[in-house]
Design a protein around this ligand. Structure first.
Ligand code: UFG
Length: 346
């Protein structure tokens, strides 16, 4: 079976995608420098799948090490490129770190692909490229205009998309699929892999689960005076396993030569917008736990509402988000409980 390189494969979305790839029969080589993940994730993957992915501790900024890696795994046919820095706030403080990490790692891969005859790449992008879509573009489809980025992180996603476009336009012998994720949440139903919190969580779900666990005193809900049904922001929360499966389908589409264009873009979301309060209340209900919260001021840079029109992915990829929000929020809680048990001293 074909081998896939997964950069950032020990990370949140990367680990779930590795599981889906291996369960679909692919061999996987993970490249990750563990700057925001833990090597133990490989045990979780192996426990779910029954075999271990190959792993190389390489920083994607290291061209020479990547080159050697491609030589070692000469059967790589495609790449899923997750490795990137992803904290919006940190990117405002350390923009050059973000530009260096996110742009140079992609450039290294795009340069090495033709050298090693690797034809296909799936790129992790984000709905952040749409900014706040105009009312007539909600739900947002792939034709919505790209808005000026609100953070260096968002800008790296836009520039990376352009770099891929330009490389293919310049006749690089590769094909690409760009996947624009909405808000990934949840964990594998086995509770053996999930999102690993790094310090105080920025994102909603890790904050909710840690508050439910008593690690945080209360959740701050950033603003309830938005122009939305209950005043809190609306997002399209997509289950991470559903998201992972879309990568397998996208890669297979390229390998099978089914693409309409050498570069294709898909929104990955559920098509349903949920407010912060709806998430918190649903989480409490399905898990039968309390999540103390207070309403505080708006968070700078937050978008009021955005959710996906996933029709193109549904029709062209034949992929659809399947897990219900209840199942997803249960899996988040199970993962938090698993983490807690692991961290308890014997
Ligand atoms: N929120 C809270 N309290 C928290 C954390 C979040 O109320 O403690 C709210 C936010 O204000 C927002 C919603 O929960 O309304 C979701 O926030 P997240 O931080 O989980 O997600 P974002 O939609 O802000 O961020 C996502 C991706 C980023 C991407 C960004 C672009 O995580 O990668 O969209 O807007 F850049």
């Amino acid at each position: 079976m074909a081998r896939i390189l997964v950069t950032g494969g020990t990370g949140y979305i990367g680990s779930h995608t590795t599981v889906e790839l291996m369960q679909a029969g692919y061999d996987v080589t993970i490249v990750d420098n563990l700057m925001n993940s833990n090597i133990d994730v490989l045990d979780g993957i192996a426990a779910i799948v029954g075999r271990r992915p190959d792993y190389e501790n390489i920083d994607c900024l290291d061209y020479v090490a990547l080159d050697k890696m491609f030589e070692k795994y000469a059967d790589i046919v495609g790449i899923i490129h997750f490795a990137a820095s992803k904290a919006v706030g940190e990117s405002v403080e350390k923009p050059l770190l973000y530009y260096r990490n996110n742009l140079n790692s992609l450039i290294n891969l795009l340069e090495l692909m033709p050298v090693h005859k690797v034809k296909h790449i799936v790129f992790s992008s984000s709905c952040t490229v749409y900014g706040q879509p105009d009312a007539d573009h909600l739900p947002v489809d792939e034709t919505a205009p790209i808005k000026p980025a609100l953070s260096p992180y968002g800008n790296t996603k836009q520039i990376c998309e352009e770099i891929i476009h330009d490389a293919i336009h310049a006749k690089s012998p590769i094909t690409a699929i760009i996947l624009r994720y909405f808000n990934p949440i949840g964990a594998h139903p086995s509770a053996l892999i999930g999102e690993l919190p790094n310090g105080i969580p920025n994102n909603l779900l890790p904050y909710v689960t840690q508050t439910a666990m008593g690690i945080r005193k209360e959740l701050s809900i950033f603003g309830n005076d938005y122009n939305t049904p209950d005043g809190t922001c609306v997002r399209d929360y997509i289950d991470v396993v559903d998201l992972a499966k879309a990568h397998v389908v996208a890669l297979k589409r390229m390998i099978d030569g089914k693409q309409d264009d050498k570069i294709e873009i898909f929104n990955l979301g559920t098509g349903r917008g949920l407010s912060v309060l709806e998430i918190v209340e649903t989480f409490k209900r399905v898990n039968n736990v309390d999540v103390p919260y207070k309403i505080v001021g708006r968070r700078e840079g937050d978008i009021e509402q955005v959710w996906a029109k996933p029709d193109k992915a549904n029709k062209v990829l034949g992929w659809k988000a399947e897990r219900t929000i209840e199942e997803t929020l249960r899996s988040s809680w199970q993962w938090q409980q698993h983490l807690n048990n692991m961290q308890k001293p014997d």
